[in-house]
Design a protein around this ligand. Sequence first.
Ligand SMILES: C[S@@+](CC[C@H](N)C(=O)[O-])C[C@H]1O[C@@H](n2cnc3c(N)ncnc32)[C@H](O)[C@@H]1O
Length: 330
Amino acid sequence: MAAALYDPANGYYARPAGQVGRGGDFFTSVSTGPLFGRLLARHIAAWHREAGSPDRWRILECGANDGSLAADILAALGDLRGLEYAIVEPLPLLAAAQRERLPAARIVRSPEELAGDAQPSFVLGNEVIDALPFHVIESDGRGWRLQGVTLSADDRFIWTDLGEAPPELVAGLPPRPAGYRSEVRDNLLPFLTPLAAAMTGGRMLWLDYGFERDDYYHESRTTGTLRTFSRHRAAEDPLESPGEIDITAHVDFTALGEALVQSGGTVLRFENQGRFLTEAAKPWLLELEGRTDEATRKDLRSFQTLTHPGHLGAKFHVMEAEFPANTKRR
Ligand SMILES: C[S@@+](CC[C@H](N)C(=O)[O-])C[C@H]1O[C@@H](n2cnc3c(N)ncnc32)[C@H](O)[C@@H]1O
């Protein structure tokens, strides 16, 4: 999965953006328009005030893709003194697209580059955790076995049983009947730790689709949550055209919460996107009273899409954690 998505030459995300949106392979909340970024900007500004309006501070976005969310957040925040907008972007072509769109932003290949210049920070990512590589595991009725990919004699990618899954990878997962397949990530803590090290306190906010562990490994979910996306069509075979299609699996938010705590944070909220954005939108909704212009109607349509349980409001969840100024790993 890491090679199929992130190989610098042939990975799906190694192209100069274009994966997200109408002309791409899938929509995200960012594609619904600037309202998503405007509401996140309100939430971030509220945190900045609560944190005592530090003179120097940073928004650090992961998975910024073509820079649309960053542009929307920055436009909504206006002229906030002392703010640096930084983006972690390991892929050169996406980084180039972001530099062109956001000349004032600081684009780094990894959060380690910021460790020497840590700031009070608001770290965020929309649909990033689901794009972190995961392991595919299958139960044999007694335990979990790791599934890998090899080349067949006639040069096709095929699934291969790699033997028993390492105990630490599957610790805490419930026993399941033979043939039950699912996914598990062991890279959450390594992903979060350098981000936490780049902050002198602040928040992390992750928005994504997923469930708590009980639901993720529910006995009825026998084939897991692995999906591929190509031209707005979902499928389930990641070996079909690696490098040309998106590969994703839902987020185990219990595992994400544990990793946030281990990296030094305290989980403040875990709720669906509908609730979260509705709370952030309250003052804006009051300001709209009596307005019927086309721009307002357009924003309200976006708001519906982002928050209605039948659209993105219930499928997406938000997990936010607070990090103290002297973050220590637990
Ligand atoms: C599904 S896209 C979401 C793009 C955008 N945030 C949106 O909501 O439209 C996932 C993005 O996460 C990026 N990504 C994956 N792993 C990353 C990592 N370790 N650091 C930074 N970005 C990462 C991918 O390159 C890709 O651009």
